[in-house]
Write a protein that binds this ligand. Structure first.
Ligand code: ADP
Length: 499
């Protein structure tokens, strides 16, 4: 790998960068301060574009627009089916611009363009269409109360949502928050990550074209400690939904508590186990371990970074995965043969390399990779460590890069105990042909999702979100609506009930 990362291009057209300003109240505007920041191409480190740097003043303007659109605008007052129709139209527009969106995403985040088109754009569309369909299925319940009272509940849009998203799946993360917030009838201020601001601005433009009223979606690009913190501590935002690191999740919850006690939903880090039993289909298991760790260059909160392999197949597994990695191509994400692009930026690149060095120092053995590659840009060899102990830092902390820890286990009970011995609880994978083992594992692992004989099986219809220090609240599925809805009970006496 590495050599292929020079020219790029191939059959894919580089996107034109058209939107670089904040999107507030339906218009692209400069930051109040006039400041900009640079977003860089992870293949080279070169500047792609200068983007408006929003801060507190800009967040205030965006919240004002969102508040006006919520308190007096059409969006929260429309019928669900009307909202659904507009969200569907938004999906159609995104689909019409699929190529451009995929290219933008690949350029800004360093993702193989073939994958971006299928996975990132595909999931974005699925999310919009799922929640377009959900918009007219939001309803309360009737209550049979113990006294002579009749009660029912309403599920009302909660208000203005602050949506802070990361850089690893910029468009997918944008829609994982925006689609359910739209369906619920909320208005919103979105802050994309400073590493990858471009797709959110493009998507804001398409939202306007789709007929989403001004002020419903506002996008403030900028940095976390400034623009992000202004959202989490804002007095007029009703809920903040965040995806990102556990450290920042803690800051967001603190800011929410110290300001107006806004509701909080956090989708944070993980150190997820992938547990492979003796009876597993070995080829399949190897494929899942590779995908679970090196897909999206390991920049995935659900990465199955602790791979536990049962002792009976351990040696064969190790041999097979080392062989399989010989066909894994690291290089320019615009080259269709490439499996793995560069890490998103210099900070992440250096952070991952520090962890790799840490693993070597701690005494783990490098089976594959173990160093950077390519002449420029942020490329790292996919790295597999063996002889990893559970208490090594590489086995405990989220690395968020192409680094796998391979470990051996004897019994199912041991696998359960070690899998759960983590502060995180986001995802898990189990590979076995034995239904009893699969069922026991599925019930025993404390995680938001357990994938059996698959991994990374994310879907807009499947609730997603962790426990423990992986956060709380769900993205995707009908549960995702909950954080954007207020439940109101209405109670009235019943004077003449026959029952
Ligand atoms: P990573 O460490 O993977 O870059 P972060 O959790 O830092 O992930 O970033 C996720 C999102 O949170 C980004 O949009 C980032 O700008 C934002 N962010 C970072 N720090 C803060 C903060 N103190 N308050 C609010 N948002 C923040």
């Amino acid at each position: 790998g590495g050599e292929e990362n020079g020219g790029g291009g191939g059959s894919f057209k580089m996107p034109e960068i058209r939107y670089t300003k904040l999107f507030i109240n339906g218009r692209f505007v400069d930051a109040v301060s006039g400041k900009t920041f640079e977003t860089r191409d992870p293949r080279t480190g070169d500047v792609i574009a200068s983007v408006a740097e929003g801060d507190k003043d800009d967040v205030d303007l965006a919240v004002k627009a969102a508040r006006e659109a919520f308190d007096h605008g059409k969006w929260p007052r429309m019928s669900g089916s009307e909202r659904g129709k507009i969200i569907s139209k938004y999906a159609d527009l995104v689909e019409q611009h699929a190529e451009e969106l995929a290219a933008l995403e690949s350029l800004d985040a360093g993702k193989p363009v073939g994958v971006t088109r299928v996975v990132d754009v595909g999931n974005s569309l699925h999310s919009l269409r799922y929640f377009a369909g959900a918009a007219d299925k939001i309803h309360g319940e009737t209550l049979r109360m113990s006294r002579q009272m009749h009660g029912y509940t309403l599920r009302e849009p909660l208000g203005v949502a602050g949506l802070i998203v990361p850089w690893n799946f910029p468009a997918v993360m944008f829609f994982s928050k925006v689609s359910p917030a739209l369906a619920a009838g909320c208005t919103m201020v979105v802050k994309p990550a400073e590493q990858t601001p471009l797709s959110a601005l493009f998507l804001a433009h398409l939202a306007k074209q789709a007929g989403i009223p001004d002020g419903v979606i506002n996008v403030v690009t900028g940095f976390g400690p400034t623009a992000g913190a202004a959202i989490s501590s804002h007095m007029d935002i009703d809920v903040v939904a965040f995806t990102g690191s556990t450290e920042v999740g803690r800051l967001i919850m603190e800011a929410a508590a110290k300001s107006n006690l806004k509701q909080v939903a956090l989708e944070l880090g993980g150190k997820s186990p992938l547990i492979i039993f003796d009876d597993a289909d070995l080829d399949k298991a190897v494929e899942l371990a590779i995908g679970g760790n090196f897909f999206n260059k390991g920049e995935a909160c659900v990465a199955g970074s602790r791979v536990f392999v049962q002792e009976g197949i351990y040696d064969r597994f190790e041999q097979k995965i080392a062989d399989a990695m010989k066909n894994w191509v690291v290089g320019d994400p615009f080259d269709p043969r490439v499996n793995q692009g560069p890490q998103v930026d210099k900070v992440q690149y250096e952070r991952v390399l520090r962890y790799i060095e840490q693993g070597k120092t701690e005494g783990a053995t490098v089976l594959t990779g173990g160093k950077p590659c390519g002449k420029k840009g942020y490329y790292i060899e996919p790295t597999i460590f063996t002889n990893v102990k559970d208490d090594m830092i590489i086995a405990k902390e989220e690395i968020f890069g192409p680094v796998m820890c391979l470990m051996k286990f004897k019994t199912m009970e041991e696998a359960i105990a070690r899998a759960n011995d983590t502060r995180y609880g986001l995802a898990a994978g189990v590979v076995t042909r034995d239904m009893d083992v699969a069922n026991t594992m599925a019930r025993s692992i404390r995680a938001g999702v357990v994938w059996v004989n698959c991994y990374f099986a994310m879907d807009s219809s499947c609730p997603f979100g962790g426990r423990k220090m992986s956060g709380f609240g769900k993205d995707d599925g009908m549960h995702a609506l909950d954080k954007f809805l207020a439940v109101k009970a209405v109670v009235t006496p019943v004077h003449a009930s026959p029952w």
